[in-house]
Design a binder for this molecule. Structure first.
Ligand code: GTP
Ligand code: MG
Length: 338
């Protein structure tokens, strides 16, 4: 290899290799929220069929697809048209995404664009060395009960994602009902804060390895084989680590039961006063509550100043196959039952 290309590789490995991509309206809005929450340190992109939505999202790169057929006006819920458009734009989109190490793909299922692009891009990136982290926001039940097109879009997207196997992070809007006194955008912000914590903690694990070293390859390897997964977040006083774990479990965004081969990725962020004993108690409490997952990956970030709280972010993998169907409930449950 000549020295120019070695330099190019060195430059590339100096970047952290993470990208955050919003797909469709809901995916784009989620990325906008995450950017607003700050301290992301990832490349941000949005892909949409809707040009007006796309220009409003504060990302570094925008990709408009299907302009020949959809004329930049969105798909109006037509997943098939978006799949054709994605097929046509395949080379360009893959070229713009496949040089990252980890690509978070965010979409709300139900519309045409996000429901088409989430499985499409996940599948395309799985043919490369990039780890795709598809994050699916499952719609409120009422949306599915009142609109059969939406139900079919959700059904189509999930069938494809489940058939390809591998990592799929699912967060259910229905679990946000405990915030129903808030305006809708604030409710979505609660969920987006979980995703923000996920992105930040994975980047942290690689960029600030702290005392417990997790390198990019082990992180990618762990997540790639996590299967159907969900996300936990919690912040609690350091005096009660078990309470922190229980709180994170009750406030999760998907009800789940685990397969025998479950896994957990745990990231803990605490102050300089976070003791080994406290860390140990959090780890043990989580392992016990999850029935001793087969694979466990731990990363920590210790701040230079003391803190009274510790922040937990966890990806729980190996959820039972029927988890998403029960989260969708009602008529959709029947539709998705196989
Ligand atoms: N607007 C918005 N919708 C969300 C959000 N989270 C989940 N959703 C749901 O996401 C689903 C998909 O809707 P959109 O994102 O508007 O659809 P789209 O992917 O842009 O697809 P088309 O507009 O039909 O091409 C709907 O069921 C929404 O209820 C969010 O943060 N914002
Ligand atoms: Mg849209």
């Amino acid at each position: 290899m000549d020295s120019d290309s070695i330099e190019a590789w060195a430059r590339r490995s100096g970047e952290n290799g993470f990208a955050l991509v919003g797909l469709g309206g809901a995916g784009g809005e989620a990325v906008q929220d995450l950017v607003g929450l700050g301290n992301l340190n990832v490349r941000t992109l949005a892909v949409n069929t809707d040009a007006r939505q796309l220009v409003q999202i504060p990302v570094e790169e925008r990709i408009l697809i299907g302009e020949r057929v959809l004329r930049g006006r969105g798909s109006g819920g037509n997943r098939a048209l978006v799949l054709d458009a994605a097929e046509e734009g395949r080379e360009e989109i893959v070229r713009r995404l496949a040089h990252y190490e980890v690509v978070f793909l965010l979409a709300g299922l139900g519309g045409g664009t996000g429901s088409a692009l989430l499985p499409f891009l996940t599948s395309e990136l799985r043919k490369t060395a990039t780890l795709a982290v598809p994050v699916a926001f499952l719609p409120f039940r009422v949306e599915l009960d009142t609109n059969s097109d939406r139900r079919e879009n959700v059904h189509g997207a999930l069938e494809e994602l489940e058939a390809m196997g591998g990592l799929l992070l699912a967060l259910s809007n229905e679990k946000l009902r405990r915030f129903e006194a808030l305006p809708l955008h604030r409710v979505f912000q609660v969920r987006n804060a979980y995703v923000h914590a996920l992105v930040q903690s994975l980047v942290d694990m690689v960029e600030h390895p702290s005392q417990l070293n997790v390198d990019l390859a082990s992180l990618k390897g762990h997540l790639a084989s996590s299967g159907l997964s969900t996300l936990l977040c919690g912040e609690y006083h350091i005096s009660d680590p078990e309470q922190l774990v229980d709180q994170a479990l009750t406030q999760g965004l998907l009800d789940f039961a685990l397969e025998d081969e479950s896994s957990a990725l745990l990231h803990l962020e605490g102050g300089s006063n976070l003791t080994l004993r406290t860390l140990d108690r959090v780890v043990q409490a989580l392992r016990t509550r999850l029935g001793q997952p087969k694979r466990f990956l731990l990363g920590t970030r210790i701040r230079s100043e003391p803190r009274e709280v510790v922040h937990l972010t966890a990806v729980i993998g190996g959820l039972k196959a029927g988890t998403i169907r029960s989260a969708l409930g009602g008529p959709a449950e029947a539709l998705l039952a196989r």
